[in-house]
Design a protein around this ligand. Structure first.
Ligand SMILES: [Zn+2]
Ligand SMILES: [Zn+2]
Length: 299
């Protein structure tokens, strides 16, 4: 069980910690505390992108006493395996949040909630589109664009342009850290860019390389759908966002939902690192490889 929500940390670690900003009046006050041997405790937010892409999406987020899963696009067996690998357990989830009804985000939901009593949060319009089968989970519906709390985690939902009934992305705030999780969208409207401002940790889609998509194996209608304003973000759009608008406070950028047919993780890395270099940003870049969990991030 993950109890280490608070731990003693060293100077350098705490000084750079977003939760630390504004919590102390001055360096002298901080130094005083250290001299008195009190030390300081920093909260930890734990994040792991368990899966990202058209073969399944699921992200684990824990803060304080609260553990949530965003999307359940893995089988229960695979979800359980990947959670166990990071010391977690589906039985201990406090909630599952669902971004939209596409199967890569909900294919494991019914079995998960039939085996474990975990409440599901999703929008009013998405809820009726889920095939619950025999499962009868506690369902909490919300309006796209609304804010709510799940235990110790503040959640802001916002509408994204995507070809689903009522798709949303999320910005979380917990322990003074702001986290964005933005995938499955055809372009970046101002409203979405606004939500990504001030995020310390941002998970963003970089779905396809336009040239690979154009010459790739998909039928033309599917190519058009992916490229449309209700489809997915290209590497080029993400690079432009990094060059021109990404908040310099974003310390970690995780790029995911990478197409296995129309993109390559190294292309994503190259385009994004060039864009970061062009702005002299020291943001840490992480690529969420299709079919693999990322490392565990502790903030
Ligand atoms: Zn998706
Ligand atoms: Zn989708």
């Amino acid at each position: 069980m993950w109890q280490a929500t608070r731990r003693k940390v060293g100077w350098a670690q705490l000084w750079g910690h977003p939760a630390f900003r504004g919590e102390i009046g001055s360096l002298d006050e901080w130094h005083e505390g250290m001299l008195q041997g009190e030390g300081w405790e920093a909260a930890i937010v734990k994040i792991c992108v368990l899966a990202s892409g058209s073969s399944g999406n699921a992200t684990f987020l824990a803060a304080g006493r609260t553990r949530i899963l965003v999307d359940a696009g893995l089988s229960l067996k695979e979800l359980t395996r990947r959670l166990a690998a990071i010391g977690e357990d589906p039985a201990k989830l406090d909630a599952v949040l669902v971004s939209h009804e596409h199967s890569d985000h909900v294919s494991g939901l019914r079995v998960l909630v039939s085996r474990h009593a975990v409440p599901v949060f999703l929008t009013h319009k998405t809820a009726p589109l889920i095939d619950w089968g025999e499962a009868n989970p506690a369902v909490e519906t919300f309006q796209a664009g609304s804010r709510f709390c799940v235990g110790d985690i503040d959640v802001a939902s916002f509408t994204v342009p995507h070809d689903a009934a009522d798709p949303v992305a999320f910005a979380f705030r917990a322990e003074g850290v702001r986290i964005g999780l933005v995938t499955d969208l055809g372009y970046l409207p101002e409203s979405v860019k606004y939500q990504m401002q001030g995020t310390d940790f941002l998970i963003l889609e970089s779905n396809h390389d336009l040239e690979m998509l154009k010459v790739g194996p998909y039928p033309w209608a599917v190519k058009q759908r992916v490229m449309s304003r209700n489809g997915h973000l290209s590497n080029d759009v993400v690079s432009e966002f990094i060059r021109e608008e990404m908040d310099s406070c974003t310390a970690t950028l995780v790029l995911g939902h990478i197409s296995e047919n129309n993109n390559h993780p190294e292309l994503v890395r190259l385009a994004a690192s060039q864009a970061l270099a062009a702005r002299s940003l020291r943001t840490r870049l992480v690529i969420a490889e299709p079919r693999l969990s990322t490392e565990v991030f502790e903030l």
